[in-house]
Design a protein around this ligand. Structure first.
Ligand SMILES: C[S@@+](CC[C@H](N)C(=O)[O-])C[C@H]1O[C@@H](n2cnc3c(N)ncnc32)[C@H](O)[C@@H]1O
Length: 200
């Protein structure tokens, strides 16, 4: 099954799976982003981070494999009177044709063999001094029932992210236990990895 088929099924349900409020970690980092540069939201789903950033005055582009999610994002953007550009593509097949001032992703989970090529492509598409901000479930999340894939291969470790991102300045890379309150899909104690990196 393609990522699009898998995720379309989930997003076809009414409502916003992860809620409409921006992810709290991304919300705590955006003030460092350069307003004159475009922000790319990766695996953006129904648009909560993209719309938050657009409302803060950023030029935002969202990419996701699910056309159902992106249709919901576009409706949400209209309600909020903001513009967010969208790209419907699997990240494995996407070729960046420009550079971004910041790239953000919350709970973007891909197979172990896809991680390095996707994340290096993202790092490469940052402007010099641009930020990459990620919040993802750690492998320890397998022990929690607050959301995320029940497959260790799709979950992350600090070490694998450290190994992938060894060319940029790492401001934060930590595994922490947090309380999630994001829609119906992310509720309760969770083990996440938070990354803030800045391209040299
Ligand atoms: C857990 S959801 C998170 C959505 C959103 N970031 C949020 O936090 O509300 C994961 C999202 O990543 C997208 N996704 C997963 N694998 C993908 C891939 N290989 N290429 C593009 N999008 C992908 C899914 O369609 C889905 O919207």
């Amino acid at each position: 099954m393609s990522q699009q088929e898998f995720w379309n099924k989930k997003f076809l349900r009414d409502g916003f799976l992860y809620g409409k409020k921006a992810n709290e970690f991304i919300l705590s980092t955006y003030k460092n982003f350069n307003k004159s540069k475009q922000v790319l939201c990766v695996g953006e789903g129904e648009g909560r981070n993209a719309i938050f950033l657009a409302k803060k005055g950023f030029d935002v582009i969202a990419i996701d494999a699910s056309d159902v999610a992106l249709n919901k994002l576009e409706g949400f953007a209209k309600e909020e009177n903001v513009e967010v550009k969208t790209i419907c593509s699997d990240l494995n097949e996407w070729t960046p044709y420009k550079k971004y001032g910041a790239i953000v992703a919350s709970f973007f989970h891909v197979n172990a063999e896809e991680k390095e090529s996707i994340f290096l492509k993202l790092e490469d598409s940052l402007n010099s001094k641009g930020f990459l901000v990620l919040e993802v479930f750690s492998k320890d999340q397998i022990n929690y029932s607050s959301g995320g894939p029940k497959d260790l291969d799709l979950l992350y470790s600090v070490e694998e992210l450290e190994n992938i991102f060894n060319h940029s300045l790492i401001h934060k890379l930590e595994e922490v236990i947090i309380d999630l309150d994001e829609g119906t899909a992310h509720q309760g104690k969770a083990s996440v990895i938070r990354l803030i990196l800045q391209k040299n």
